[in-house]
Design a binder for this molecule. Structure first.
Ligand code: LLP
Length: 439
């Protein structure tokens, strides 16, 4: 089974004390040592999925794996994925800075985004980001001008909207025509003319598309590659240039609950490879360098969140709520997207007292519900709740809502645990606050 098809990290088990264990570490001991809420990342799961990706795409001669940093960017995660041979999709100065800080070779990064600021573009050029995926005409002009002033010829891709709809949450669909991202196919030729005729400090390497996130269908990837290669063929015929690179984006889904059935990494890889082979032979093109940029499927399953159960409330003739010490600030996905998660009480082995409860967060909003109607093993105050599959878009989308401190993150492997993000402190919370003298 592919790791993205698992709900739990691959090292999860119940130990002799009857507690859940991940990466050889007892989750109750982790909660004691580091306090809760706590993000836990299993290194074996993370490296395991990275290796699955490499293996699945190894049939292609020329493929570049990049990790979509937006799913989880910390210096240690960047270092691990870089060791596994991944480059990085970065979308902000902050992601560029973090990746650089982790010692990543900036040639292996692609800078994406629909409204990159001049400062960020400047930073990307100064640090030698490998590819910039240009999203629109304004950026094209600005980037050329800035590259010219630095005497650089920047390698770029053009981000296109391939017009492919996938059946995922509306907020995370990106490839359909009415999207804020990328050039519409009808605008592509104008962009290419500008690059060829005027923008001499840009070197067009290829095309980039991304169709959405948490995708379970395979056909959409086949079609996406088909659209990109059809454009490359058209561009070859019209402009007499054969673009050498394609970037298929990310998007592969993961298994948050039993209801989710994403394809395996191998299946997706085979669909993409088949589509490249079929369309390259149909259009008589050389096989391009393929970039992929998965985010969620690399880090989601490796991560869990630990919480301590606090107060509870039985609504007369209604739901039983149990509240935990975290919620929408450390994992906004349930309240933003209606995302579902699976969880277990980490300190109770026997599943003989299963109770249907709703797990509420501690933030001051009725919508702060982490899991609606889940069977848990008789949850009581002081128990440790382990929510699975929180490695992607949890910490990276976290906030300080209600001035609650951001949790720590630990990396576990072979019974060892190491802090990779320290718990925020109250001093850090107000470190940028200024009280002007005049008030
Ligand atoms: N490449 C591009 C250009 C993207 O926009 C994205 C995600 C990815 C790659 C990585 O996609 P992934 O493999 O992670 O699906 N916050 C939302 C997800 C937003 C995804 C945005 N773009 C969530 O929590 O579901």
């Amino acid at each position: 089974m592919s790791i993205n098809q698992n709900i739990k990290p691959i090292t999860t088990k119940v130990n002799e004390k009857g507690n859940l264990e991940i990466g050889g570490c007892d989750l109750i001991e982790l909660a004691d040592k580091y306090s809760t809420p706590l993000y836990v990342v299993d290194e074996a799961t993370l490296r395991g999925i990275a290796r699955e990706y490499k293996k699945a795409f190894s049939k292609l001669e020329n493929v570049k794996m990049t990790f979509a940093s937006k799913a989880l960017m910390t210096s240690a995660i960047a270092k691990i994925l870089s060791q596994e041979g991944f480059g990085f999709d970065v979308v902000s100065g902050g992601e560029i800075f973090t990746v650089k800080n982790a010692g990543v070779d900036m040639k292996n990064t692609t800078f994406n985004g629909n409204n990159k600021t001049p400062d960020e573009i400047n930073m990307a050029l100064e640090l030698g980001v490998g590819r910039i995926s240009v999203d629109n005409f304004l950026e094209l002009a600005l980037l050329n001008e800035m590259a010219k002033s630095k005497n650089i010829v920047q390698k770029i891709l053009l981000r296109i909207t391939p017009g492919i709809e996938c059946h995922t949450h509306e907020y995370i669909q990106t490839g359909h025509l009415d999207s804020k991202f990328g050039f519409d196919l009808t605008q592509l030729d104008e962009a290419i003319e500008l690059i060829l005729d005027e923008y001499k400090n840009l070197e067009l390497m290829g095309l980039h598309a991304h169709i959405g996130s948490q995708i379970f269908e395979t056909q959409v990837y086949y079609d996406e590659i088909g659209v990109i290669l059809k454009e490359i063929k058209r561009i070859k015929d019209k402009f007499n240039i054969e673009l050498k690179e394609i970037n298929a984006g990310g998007g592969l889904g993961v298994t948050y609950t039993d209801e989710d059935c994403p394809p395996s990494v191998e299946t997706i890889a085979n669909v993409i490879i088949d589509s490249i082979e079929k369309h390259c032979s149909e259009y008589n093109l050389k096989k391009p360098v393929l970039y992929i940029e998965p985010g969620r499927s690399i880090v989601a399953t490796a991560g869990v969140s630990l919480y301590t159960v606090g107060s509870s409330k039985q609504v007369p003739n209604g739901r039983k709520y149990i509240a935990v010490d975290g919620g929408m600030a450390d994992n906004p996905r349930p309240s933003m997207y209606g995302a579902k998660y699976y969880a277990q009480i980490a300190n109770k082995k026997e599943e003989n007292e299963m109770k249907k409860v709703t797990v509420a967060g501690r933030f001051c909003e009725s919508g702060d519900i982490l899991i609606k109607d889940i069977e848990l093993n008789n949850p009581q105050e002081g128990d440790i709740l382990c929510v699975y599959n929180t490695g992607a878009y949890g910490y990276s989308m976290s906030s300080n809502y209600n001035c609650v401190l951001k949790p720590a993150m630990v990396l576990v492997n072979s019974a060892q645990s190491d802090i990779i993000i320290k718990r925020q402190t109250y001093d850090q919370l107000i470190q940028n606050d200024v009280i002007p003298d005049r008030i």
